[in-house]
Design a binder for this molecule. Structure first.
Ligand code: XMP
Length: 498
């Protein structure tokens, strides 16, 4: 029973307004900015800059190594999901870091030993995502090179034969100061795809690195790639709210940003643990998800970034199941009010269907946006393409869905993983197959730049200051979509069913 001096319950019904993407539009403004000239570089956390303000979600149907490599090459950041074990996470971080290095450093070179069997090496190369490996003896002297072509069955090499039987032992090597052009010439001249870098002088001939043809060509194609101080692609990894050991393992594997991945980071136990993790690891720590001013205030003193989103995601049922949530534009603005006072970047996570939603999130105060469904249908997302009724799809599921929780995702929702019957906060779905990540990003970033052009802002910080919202009625929303026509050809950046 309410006490006499307590506030009447009916006061609770004097509720504040909270808005989301469809409730607002950017007010067009005087401009001299051509969209293509708008600079979309930004920060995802205090010490990590991106060339495009885009992250791929830490979900098991969105971001594994291949997606993270693709995102970093295009200038964004992939965040590895946490439904893989620690060993797989470390291997995935390594794969991203190795992807476009000119000289892959010794500790990252996958090597074979002369006494290993062919089948062991084949399996190892498959696991590590490489198509060849230098063969070294116990003191790291290079003895040969083994590659896929050496071990194909038509060469009549048995699976249990030793590597030394099948390897190429006339190895072309180079010294540490080799440049990209020189390495490429060596490869063309000798029709090879990799050149081991070996030590000179005393103790000469020991493996110190590796240059690959694929690495050189990839680097040339991706001038906007986001790289760390050692010139390797950047990558993020999600860890559960209480997974300090996993965070340390990610940090030791040179991850750039650790994302504390929780559906409700304003839980004080989660914040205590996140704070402890931030004191232990060197990488930047992004704390999420939050959705209110108060949550931001509780994390802003130690977080290097804040991630916003309580239930806006396309596969989320958090708001329906729990009755709690915060419409995303208001959530971003509340968090950004606090974060901007402390120079902490903000990431808007979830609910983005169109490029227009993404740039609205930036106008509300975000520095970058994270998307799941937008990327789940691309080639780079994990999982295979399935055909239903003649159309191609890929699986997309919430990390709080039954399937994902059974694979270990329950902790994000602060639920026991041993529960026999989960109370899910997400659904399992299919999303249309979309082709390459690069073409999806081209549309997404191009649309965001158009928004910057309408507002007359040349950069993300300027856009955040300058952009103004207007409120849209239901009639205004209808007017904004194609109407009174039958669409005959699908546009690459618009689908009424999205
Ligand atoms: P979009 O809309 O881009 O959202 O597909 C991706 C984001 O949704 C969050 N997420 C979930 N939220 N239940 C939820 O309430 C879930 O099962 C779930 N799975 C992912 C997450 O923040 C992701 O980045």
């Amino acid at each position: 029973m309410a006490k006499n001096d307590a506030e009447p319950f009916s006061e609770k019904l004097r509720v504040p307004n909270a808005l989301t993407f469809d409730d607002v539009l950017l007010r067009p403004m005087e401009s001299r900015v051509e969209p293509d000239a708008a600079d979309v570089s930004t920060r995802v956390s205090k010490h990590v800059e991106l060339n495009i303000p885009i992250l791929s979600a830490a979900m098991d149907t969105v971001t594994e190594a291949e997606m993270a490599i693709g995102m970093a090459r295009e200038g964004g950041l992939g965040v590895l999901h946490r439904n893989m074990n620690e060993e797989q996470m470390v291997a995935s971080i390594g794969r991203v870091k190795r992807a476009d290095e000119l000289v892959i450093s010794r500790e990252n070179v996958v090597t074979a030993s002369p006494g290993q069997s062919i089948s062991e090496v084949d399996e190892m190369m498959e696991r590590e995502g490489v198509s060849g490996a230098p063969v070294v003896d116990d003191d790291d002297t290079v003895l040969g090179i083994i590659s896929g072509t050496d071990i194909r069955p038509y060469l009549e090499v048995g699976e249990s034969d030793d590597v030394r039987e099948a390897m190429t032992d006339e190895v072309i090597t180079a010294s540490e100061d080799v440049g990209a052009r020189e390495a490429l010439e060596l490869m063309y001249d000798h029709k090879i795809e990799r050149v081991p870098i070996v030590s000179e002088g005393r103790g000469a001939g020991k493996l110190v690195g590796l240059v690959t043809m694929q690495g050189i060509l990839q680097r040339r194609q991706h001038e906007d790639a986001v790289r760390d101080e050692n010139d390797r692609l950047r990558v993020g990894a999600a860890v559960g709210p209480f997974e300090e050991e996993r965070a340390v393992a990610a940090d030791e594997a040179d991850v750039d940003v650790v994302f504390i991945d929780c559906a409700h980071a304003h839980n004080l136990n989660v914040l205590d643990s996140a704070r402890a993790i931030s004191e232990t690891v060197e990488a930047d720590i992004v704390v999420g998800n939050v959705g209110t001013r108060e949550a931001a205030e509780a994390a802003v003193d130690f977080a290097d970034g804040l991630k916003v989103g309580i239930g806006p995601g396309s596969i989320c049922t958090t708001r329906i199941v729990s009755g709690a949530g915060m419409p995303q534009i208001t959530a971003v603005a509340e968090v950004a009010d606090v974060a901007s006072q402390h120079d902490v970047p903000v990431i808007a996570d979830g609910g983005i269907r169109y490029s227009g939603d993404a740039i609205k999130a930036i106008a509300a105060g975000a520095d970058a946006v994270m998307l799941g469904s937008y990327f789940a249908g691309t080639e780079e997302a994990p999982g295979r393409v399935v055909t239903m009724n003649g159309k191609k799809y890929k699986q997309y599921r919430g990390m709080g869905s039954v399937g994902a929780m059974q694979s270990g995702g329950g902790e994000r929702y602060l639920k026991e993983e041993t529960d026999e019957e989960f109370v899910p906060e997400g659904v399992e779905a299919a999303t249309p197959f979309k082709g390459t990540l690069a073409s999806e990003l081209h549309q997404l970033v191009g649309g965001m730049q158009s928004g910057m052009g309408y507002v007359g802002a040349e950069s993300i910080p300027e856009f955040k200051q300058r952009a103004e919202f207007i409120r849209v009625s239901a009639a205004g929303q209808t007017e904004g979509h194609p109407h009174d026509v039958v669409i005959t050809d699908e546009a690459p950046n618009y689908s009424p069913n999205e």
